[in-house]
Design a protein around this ligand. Structure first.
Ligand code: KG4
Ligand code: ZN
Length: 361
């Protein structure tokens, strides 16, 4: 089966052709256009601008993804997301399904992030990894969903039976990264910039200064699977205002040391460490509680280098399979939407309407 998938929930306009393969999916072609640069000067997404850009990009992106392919149906993300952006993808998908007399599948964008772990690529067989022989996650699985708007732990009993087992009480992990980046005066979008800043700092530099830059690890010692990220963000706000932070100088200053930048980078590293520690701890608690065969990570923050590496190491120690999508399938894309339509199909009528506040389960 071959599907044309469309994604337009936020500031990415994406289309992909995806087909089923050995318990997972193969991507024939995936195209993503982004309006992220247009939002940079505002420091965040402007919904009206995002929707207008969706309209400009949607047909060129679909034509490029389709090439000469014939498909068996059309899949579209119908939420969660921004209403104006969602409408563009949903209405386009409806028109194509009607014109081609083919089925229309509605896809929950957050579920699609999770199912990106079922995209089979050659590079998924990682050398020296214990998960080398497994190509798609074995179920049951614990899912950690970390995006700009959602942070949830879920239990996947099967491809269709999912239960919410924990999540954030306030900010999402990606939102916390974005807000911390803004406090550190890093450009928008903040998550990748924080990641870049953090990776400039050596382990030695971080360890030598981490007491001074110490941020809280909210709820890490609590027995449940709840998370909270608003406290870390508030601590960053206090830290950047403090005299200690502003007047900090490193032990060894070379002539070419940019102290301002180094100070920010160390705080970015400490922030990433704090968020990672909490996410790793809660994921391991879920593994202990639910005995899954795999852990799958999903959403934009799954692109974070520190989180990917630390979580992989810790989960593999438990003997459970570890899966995280390739970087290009962590952020918003349509290949994951096609994966969801193939693995968890929900056929829809042509009266489909966007649902901006849909949850992951
Ligand atoms: O899943 P996604 O692309 O969109 C939503 O569905 O929300 O997630 C976007 C979020 C943003 O908050 C962005 O800053 C964050 O993911 N993000 C990252 C990284 N790349 C994207 N956060 C930390 N490290 C990254 N490398
Ligand atoms: Zn997303």
């Amino acid at each position: 089966m071959k599907v044309l998938a469309i994604e337009s929930t936020c500031d990415e306009t994406a289309a992909a052709v995806v087909e089923s393969l050995a318990g997972g999916v193969r991507v024939v072609k995936s195209v993503v256009a982004s309006s992220v640069e247009m939002h940079e000067k505002y420091g965040g997404i402007v919904p009206e601008v995002a929707a207008r850009e969706q309209i400009k990009s949607i047909l060129p992106v679909i034509f490029e993804a389709l090439g000469g392919e014939e498909v068996d149906g059309v899949a579209v993300s119908y939420g969660p997301g921004l209403m104006g952006s969602l409408l563009v993808g949903v209405e386009t998908a409806k028109v194509l399904a009607w014109a081609w007399r083919k089925p229309l599948w509605r896809v929950n964008h957050m579920a699609a992030h999770v199912l990106a772990n079922w995209i089979i690529e050659k590079t998924q067989k990682l050398k020296n990894s214990k998960t080398q022989k497994i190509e798609v996650p074995e179920l049951p699985a614990v899912g950690l969903v970390v995006s700009g708007g959602h942070t949830d732990l879920i239990l996947l009993e099967s491809l269709t039976n999912w239960t919410w087992i924990g999540g954030t009480r306030d900010d999402a992990a990606g939102e916390a990264f974005d807000k911390a980046a803004r406090l550190l005066e890093l450009p928008y979008p903040g998550g990748p910039e924080m990641d870049k800043a953090a990776s400039q700092v050596t382990d030695e530099a971080w360890k030598a200064n981490k007491n001074l830059f110490k941020l809280p690890r909210p709820m890490i010692h609590d027995p449940g699977l709840d998370l909270s990220f608003s406290g870390i963000k508030a601590a960053v706000a206090r830290m950047v205002e403090s005299k200690e932070f502003r007047e900090w100088i490193p032990d060894q200053v070379g002539d070419d040391t940019n102290v301002d930048e180094l100070r920010k980078n160390i705080l970015a590293r400490e922030f990433s460490e704090a968020v990672t520690e909490v996410l790793v701890k809660k994921t391991l608690m879920a593994v202990k509680q639910y005995f899954p065969r795999s852990v799958v990570v999903a959403g934009g923050v799954a692109a974070n280098k520190g989180l990917r590496e630390t979580l992989r190491g810790e989960v593999e120690k438990t003997g459970v399979g570890f899966f995280v999508p390739e970087l290009k399938y962590c952020g918003d894309n349509a290949a994951m939407v096609g994966a969801a339509a193939i693995l968890r199909p929900v056929e829809s009528g042509l009266d489909l309407r966007p649902e901006p506040s849909l949850g992951v389960v």
